[in-house]
Ligand binder design. Structure first.
Ligand SMILES: [Fe+2]
Length: 492
């Protein structure tokens, strides 16, 4: 393979950033660890593509990973396409890429539409990846946006028990070291449904906490315990990050530090800003810690990312791009009614000052048509985003500044409050308490199809009947639509 230095510069397209490479998978039978020696063959080249506004975006699998001792590295971010749709060059494997393009999944040629699956929380021992199987049956998607918990760090039985369905991830204990995380991704990638999803669609991924450890923050995690011999957090975080970069189709950031925020621009229709609310955040506080919750200095994004995000949104608005999407981890909508305590201070409700700064910015700068894409909650929600749902907001949408779609888990169990025998009553009470809540399903595993056209963004939820039984069956759930200019969800 050519060295990095011999590569020619990227060609820019007129309408935005080129896409990162899609994931590279090993053969199904021996993907438990990275088989770097197989990565140089063209047989490992997988491609998906998206045509939007006459620009061909090409996603190429990371076939050119190469060996440096045990270390191996993906080369990222050099699919190269011209506005006429032909591929100019792919360094190292240029010979028959256009033929392979034709042979792969048909190019979606909808000029002014982008449609992707929004997913999160794929827990290997908790159930089969039926959601990936359902998604793989679809012919209408341009990409899969995974907003985190692609793996879980726990040992077998700690959060998800896979023995009964023969899904015990390696290592069987909690992942802590680089070797552990590598092995864990390896197990996940043996899953045929995940492999097929990667084969068919480009992934746009960002991590949440479990790619490192439960409830991670910049300087630690609830599930990181040095006193139990788990070592230094910085070392663990670096190990988790390294394994993530090795296994996931993602650009390396040019910014220093450990984080994953970055932007994707699709053909003047969508600017997708992917946030990292995990690696740079201040520590969570208890729901009883009123002073901590009110602290205006606590951050969820870090100052640099916050400034960067504001720049991205401002530039997108000024360019008159119809839609700004924020792909991120945790629930943004306020769900703590006045006089109550937050139920989850790991979400934006635990960082109200940070959320206030974002909403201040959105209002001050006139940022319109903002859609927040969220995972983490293991349940399905659709929200209007007013500054205060209980004061100055009307359910017909007045006072809303944005909307939010929350995708359920692929396989992780639902929250206890909804999964309990009283779950139906609990959901009914939540609906009454949250005037800006437009859709809720508390218990089912599934995904969201997000459909973007110049005039509207629509979300359709789909659910797997039972993730403990391997199946690609699905049932349709709710559907909501946000018309351009409305910042408001309506049932579709
Ligand atoms: Fe999760």
């Amino acid at each position: 393979m050519p060295s990095r230095a011999s590569r020619k510069p990227l060609l820019a397209t007129s309408s935005g950033e080129l896409m990162p490479v899609a994931a590279r998978l090993g053969p199904r039978d021996d993907a438990v660890r990275p088989r770097y020696e197989r990565m140089e063959g063209i047989r490992d080249l997988w491609i998906a593509s998206l045509k939007l506004h006459r620009v061909q975006y090409v996603f190429v699998s990371a076939l050119s990973a190469y060996e440096i001792g045990y270390e191996w590295h993906n080369d990222r971010g050099f699919p190269i396409a011209r506005a006429d749709g032909t591929v100019v060059e792919y360094v190292g494997v240029a010979e028959d890429i256009t033929e392979r393009l034709k042979a792969e999944r048909a190019v979606i040629d909808a000029e002014e539409r982008m449609r992707f699956a929004l997913v999160s929380c794929s827990n290997y021992p908790a159930g089969f990846f039926n959601v990936y199987a359902s998604i793989a049956k679809r012919a209408d998607l341009d990409a899969i946006v995974h907003v985190g918990d692609y793996i879980y760090e726990f040992g077998e039985g700690e959060y998800g028990a896979g023995a009964a369905i023969n899904r015990i991830p390696q290592p069987a204990r909690e992942s802590i070291s680089l070797a552990d995380y590598r092995a864990r991704y390896g197990t996940y990638r043996t899953d045929p449904d995940l492999q097929e999803a990667h084969r068919l669609f480009p992934f746009i991924a960002v991590w949440d906490d479990h790619e490192l450890a439960n409830d991670a923050w910049a300087g630690g995690a609830v599930n990181h315990n040095p006193e139990k011999g788990e070592g230094d957090w910085a070392a663990r975080k670096a190990a988790g990050y390294k394994a993530y970069l090795e296994w996931m189709p993602i650009r390396e950031s040019s910014e220093p530090g450990i984080h994953l925020f970055r932007t994707f621009r699709f053909g003047g229709l969508v600017d997708l800003v992917m946030l990292d609310t995990r690696a740079l955040r201040d520590r969570q506080v208890a729901s009883t810690n009123a002073a901590g919750l009110a602290d205006p200095h606590r951050t969820l994004m870090g100052a640099a990312q916050e400034a960067w995000m504001f720049d991205e949104l401002r530039a997108s608005q000024r360019a008159n791009t119809p839609w700004r999407l924020l792909g991120q981890q945790i629930m943004f909508a306020p769900i703590t009614p006045p006089g109550t305590r937050p139920t989850n201070t790991d979400a934006w409700d635990g960082y109200p000052a940070q959320r206030g700064r974002v909403l201040d910015f959105v209002e001050r700068e006139g940022i319109r048509d903002l859609v927040i894409l969220t995972g983490d909650a293991h349940s399905s929600w659709g929200f209007d985003i007013p500054r205060n749902p209980w004061n100055g907001y009307r359910q017909a949408g007045a006072g809303s500044l944005a909307v939010e779609f929350v995708t359920p888990a692929i396989s992780s169990p639902p929250p206890a409050m909804f999964g309990s025998p009283n779950g139906t009553e609990a959901a009914a009470a939540v609906r009454v308490a949250l005037p800006h809540l437009k859709y809720l399903d508390g218990v089912r595993r599934g995904y969201v199809v997000v459909d973007v056209t110049p005039m509207a963004v629509r979300a359709n939820w789909y659910f797997s009947p039972d993730v403990r039984v391997h199946s690609d069956a699905e049932v349709a759930g709710g559907s909501v639509v946000c018309e351009r200019g409305s910042a408001h969800l309506q049932m579709a």
